[in-house]
Each structure stands twice: as C-alpha cells, then as structure tokens.
Write a protein that binds this ligand. Structure first.
Ligand SMILES: CC(C)(COP(=O)(O)OP(=O)(O)OC[C@H]1O[C@@H](n2cnc3c(N)ncnc32)[C@H](O)[C@@H]1OP(=O)(O)O)[C@@H](O)C(=O)NCCC(=O)NCCS
Length: 224
C-alpha cells in the first residue's frame, strides 16, 4: 500500500542538533533517536491506524474523528504546504508515541517573512521521561529555522515553562500574555487572559497558559 508523507522527509536530514541549546544525555537527534526501533518522521496518511489520534487524546479532547475526516484534513494540510506535523514511531509496535506540529504563518511584515507556531506537543505517557519530549520539540524548532522562520512561539501551562526554557524558548517580559476567546463552550464568550508577570495571581494556579518564544536562528553567528 502506498503511503504519503505530509511533507518531504528529507528535510529532517538537514537538521543540526548541535545548534540547539537543549542538552541531550545521551546525545540523540531526529536521525539517531537512540533506539533502532524509533523513527522520527513526518506524519503519514496511514497513521490513522498507528494510534495517532489516540496519542493526541492524551493532550486534549479529540472527538470521534473517522478515517475519511482524518484523510480530508491530512490532504488539506498537505495542499497548504504550511503544516509540518512530526511524529515519533515505535516501529516494533507500529505505533505513534510522540508528536508535535509546526505551523507556518505567512506574514507581510519583516519583508514578507514567515514565523512558526509550535502546537500539539505530546508523548505517550508510557514513554515519558526518556528525552522524547525534548527530541520532538527540538526537531520542529530546528525545522522552523531551516524553513526560514524568524521566530517560533507556543502557548503552554506554567509548569512547562522550564521545559521549554531548556530548549531555548523565553518568556518576553511584558509581551508574553496569552489571550483566548472560546467559541466551543456555549453561547457566552469566555475570555481567558493570563500574564507572564512573576507572581501574578492568574499564574499561581499552574493551569494557565503562557506564550513562550524562541528567536531564530539559534546561533546568531550562523549565516544561512
Ligand atoms: C510535556 C511532555 C511532552 C514531555 O515529554 P517527555 O518525553 O516526558 O519529556 P522529556 O523526557 O524530554 O523531559 C524533558 C525535561 O522536561 C521535564 N518535564 C517533562 N514533562 C514535564 C511536566 N509535565 N512538567 C514539568 N516538567 C516536565 C523533565 O523532567 C525533563 O527535565 P530534565 O531534562 O531536567 O530531566 C509530556 O509530559 C506530555 O506529553 N505531556 C502531556 C501533554 C502536554 O502537556 N503537552 C504540552 C503542551 S504545551
């Protein structure tokens, strides 16, 4: 059966994991994830049968997405060229065990530049604590740099700020607020604003979101 990648897998061969501020002990990368049965690659149209959506349900509500809906969304993402959903597969089990998405946003500003957004980061709970979270986030962050993004940002819960900081992301003082209007929770619009100010009451609960950004390239001496 023919399988289709969401994006060109050879892009992952170009990533230099020595450029990231993240520390891997032992050193691993997208091409050498540390185990012969582990593979870092773009999402495939056949990953519906490898538990991709079940993995996402460890992150948030997924719903009853059938195969046709999955394939339609996959085709739309592929056609746009701006979605870089990246996964880690346990090839022994034919199962997706980690995922993160880079979404490219095209701008008029900065000379029609592009920026990246990091979305939907998750590692299967039985595989956590083995550097796979770092591996998948660094993979898509380096990919954003490779694709010419001038920056990459994400929203995360307070407890994950340290995790992302160790990978090069920073809270920009006075400019790291995350604001939301939800359209999926009934007729009343629910506003949710959180602040990156240290000690702010909204952050104290640990369940609020912060915007964290990494300015690219990782090393300013690097000239493309
Ligand atoms: C966040 C997540 C992806 C991390 O995956 P992982 O494979 O366990 O991460 P790693 O093994 O690479 O851990 C890297 C570091 O982050 C820390 N860390 C990992 N998960 C953490 C968490 N939930 N809270 C605080 N620190 C965490 C680890 O202790 C480790 O620190 P160290 O390098 O000092 O040892 C995983 O816990 C997960 O899928 N969580 C549920 C979904 C989620 O919250 N996604 C993030 C949305 S923004």
């Amino acid at each position: 059966m023919q399988e289709t990648y969401l994006y060109d897998p050879s892009l992952l061969l170009k990533l230099d994991f020595h450029r990231t501020p993240a520390t891997f002990k032992p050193f691993i990368s997208a091409t050498n994830p540390g185990e012969p049965w582990m593979k870092v690659r773009p999402l495939k149209d056949t990953d519906y049968d490898r538990g991709f959506l079940q993995l996402l349900s460890q992150l948030t509500h997924v719903g009853n997405v059938n195969r046709t809906q999955f394939l339609t969304r996959f085709s739309q993402m592929k056609a746009s060229g701006d979605y870089f959903v990246t996964v880690i597969e346990d090839t022994r089990k034919n199962e997706i065990i980690g995922a993160a998405s880079l979404v490219i946003e095209r701008k008029f500003i900065h000379n029609c530049s592009v920026r990246g957004r990091l979305e939907d980061v998750v590692v299967n709970d039985t595989y956590r604590g083995k550097q796979l979270g770092k591996l998948i986030v660094v993979t898509v962050s380096l990919l954003a740099e490779e694709l010419g993004c001038y920056k990459m940002s994400l929203d995360c819960k307070d407890k994950l700020i340290k995790f992302y900081e160790s990978l090069g992301y920073v809270l920009l003082p006075g400019n790291s607020n995350s604001m939301t209007i939800r359209y999926d929770e009934g007729t009343t619009l629910k506003r949710n604003t959180t602040s990156a100010m240290a000690g702010s009451s909204s952050a104290a609960g640990g369940d609020s979101c912060q915007t964290v950004v990494v300015i690219l390239p990782f090393k300013s001496t690097f000239i493309k």
